[in-house]
Write a protein that binds this ligand. Structure first.
Ligand code: GLN
Length: 384
C-alpha cells in the first residue's frame, strides 16, 4: 500500500482531547479539555426543545438570522459596524474558523507568528495550511513578550500573526498597549492578524478585553475568529465564526464551503436566543467564572500547590518539577489513574522543551471543583 499523506506526519492527535478519553477511562474528574459540566442558559434550551426547528442545510455562510444577531452583538461589544451579509462566515466552532482563516491567508511556505505557549491546534493548523510558524515566547510569570524579539519575527516577513486573547493556556489578557505595539508592527510589515477570542467574555477584573480589530486601522487586516462555545456553555454545538472585511470573507467563505458546507442549522437557530441576550448575561458570566476561579485557586493555595493566576479564560498551569517526572504526559496519566484528576501536559502548548507544567481548568460546577481539590490532596503520592 502507498504511504499515507506526509502532511499529517508532523503532528499527533490532540493531546487535550486524548486526556478527556484517558479521564473517562479512569473515572477521573476531567479538568483537562476545557468545557463546562453545567447547562447552557435556559433561553437556548427552550428553543432547542421546539418542534419547528430547521433540519436542512442553513445558508452556507450561516443562517441569516444568526448572522444578523451575531453582527448586532459583536458591533455592540467592539464598537465596529459589522455587516451580517458580507463580513461574517459562520463555522463549525472556532477550530474550523482558525483553520479556514489560516488557509484563507497563507500559501504553502508562508510564515506565521505564534506566541508560545499557544493553543495546541495552531501547530496543526499551520502544518495543514503549509505555513511555517515563527514562535515568539511569552515569558512567565506575567507572560509578557519582548518587543525586539517580536520585531525580529516580523522582519522574517510573516504573512500573519496568530493572537489568542485572552490566552489559552497561560490566562494572559493582552493590554491595549501591547496590542497597539503588535498593531504597529502588523502595519509596518504588512501582516494579517488572525485572532482567537473565544474567551472574550471570560476576563477577571481589573483586566479588560480589547478587541484587536477595533484598534485604529486594524479591522482591514484582522480575521477575528471566535465561537459561542465558552460564552454560552455550548462547546458541543460547534458554532464559531470569522468576522473580517468583505474581501477577506469572500475567500474564507470558499474555504469554509468546501471544508464543512455549514454549521448545524437547528443549533444556529437556538443560539440566536443567546446572541440576543443583554449585557446582564455577560456580567453574570464574569461573576460566575470569577467565583469559580477564586474557589479553585483558594483551594490550591490551601493545599500549598503553586499555580499561575489567570487574568482571563479558565486555565491554570501548575509546576510539577518537584515530582521527579521526565515526562509530563506520564505525570498526567498517573494523575488521572492514581489521583483521579484529568490534566493536560504543558508540553502540548510550548515550542520550548517544557515538561514541568500541567494545565487544569475550572469551568466546572463548584461541587466538581471541590471534589477535584479533595482528590488533589493525594497528588503528593506521585512524588518519586
Ligand atoms: N479550548 C479547549 C481546551 O483548550 C478545548 C477545545 C477543543 O477541544 N476543541 O481545552
Amino acid at each position: 500500500m502507498k504511504k499515507l499523506s506526509s502532511r499529517t506526519a508532523g503532528f499527533t492527535d490532540s493531546v487535550i482531547r486524548r486526556m478527556t478519553r484517558i479521564s473517562l477511562q479512569y473515572g477521573a474528574v476531567n479538568l483537562s479539555q476545557g468545557f463546562p459540566d453545567f447547562d447552557p442558559p435556559r433561553e437556548l434550551l427552550d428553543v432547542l426543545g421546539q418542534k419547528d426547528l430547521p433540519h436542512q442545510y442553513a445558508v452556507t455562510w450561516g443562517a441569516q438570522n444568526f448572522r444578523e444577531a451575531l453582527a448586532k452583538k459583536q458591533a455592540h461589544f467592539t464598537g465596529l459596524p459589522i455587516d451580517p451579509n458580507s463580513q461574517i462566515v459562520v463555522t463549525c466552532g472556532s477550530t474550523e474558523a482558525m483553520m479556514a482563516a489560516m488557509m484563507t491567508v497563507c500559501d504553502p511556505g508562508d510564515k506565521v507568528i505564534v506566541f508560545s505557549p499557544f493553543y495546541e491546534n495552531y501547530g496543526a493548523d499551520a502544518i495543514l495550511a503549509g505555513a511555517e510558524p515563527i514562535y515568539v515566547p511569552l515569558n512567565p510569570p506575567d507572560f509578557g513578550f519582548d518587543l525586539n524579539v517580536l520585531e525580529d519575527a516580523f522582519r522574517q516577513q510573516p504573512k500573519a500573526l496568530i493572537l489568542c486573547n485572552p490566552s489559552n493556556p497561560c490566562g494572559k489578557v493582552f493590554t491595549r498597549q501591547e496590542l497597539e505595539a503588535i498593531a504597529a508592527l502588523a502595519e509596518k510589515y504588512d501582516a494579517y492578524v488572525i485572532t482567537d477570542e473565544v474567551y472574550e467574555h471570560i476576563v477577571y477584573a481589573p483586566h479588560e478585553h480589547v478587541y484587536f480589530s477595533a484598534l485604529p486601522g486594524m479591522f482591514e487586516r484582522t480575521l477575528s475568529c471566535s465561537s459561542l462555545s465558552k460564552t454560552y456553555s455550548i462547546t458541543g454545538w460547534r458554532l464559531g465564526y470569522i468576522i473580517a472585511p468583505a474581501g477577506i470573507i469572500d475567500v474564507a467563505r470558499k474555504v469554509h464551503d468546501f471544508l464543512t458546507v455549514g454549521a448545524a442549522a437547528p443549533l444556529q437557530e437556538a443560539a440566536v436566543a443567546g446572541l440576543n441576550m443583554g449585557d446582564a448575561y455577560y456580567k453574570a458570566l464574569q461573576d460566575t467564572y470569577t467565583r469559580k476561579r477564586n474557589l479553585f485557586l483558594d483551594g490550591l493555595d490551601a493545599l500549598r500547590i503553586a499555580h499561575t493566576v489567570p487574568q482571563g479564560a479558565y486555565y491554570i498551569l501548575l509546576d510539577i518539577s518537584e515530582y521527579g517526572y521526565e515526562s509530563d504526559l506520564q505525570f498526567c496519566e498517573d494523575l488521572a489513574r492514581v489521583v483521579g484528576v484529568g490534566a493536560v501536559p504543558g508540553s502540548s502548548f510550548f515550542r520550548e522543551p517544557v515538561n514541568h507544567l500541567i494545565r487544569l481548568h475550572f469551568a466546572k460546577q463548584e461541587s466538581t471543583l471541590l471534589e477535584a481539590l479533595n482528590r488533589l490532596e493525594n497528588m503528593k503520592k506521585l512524588k518519586k
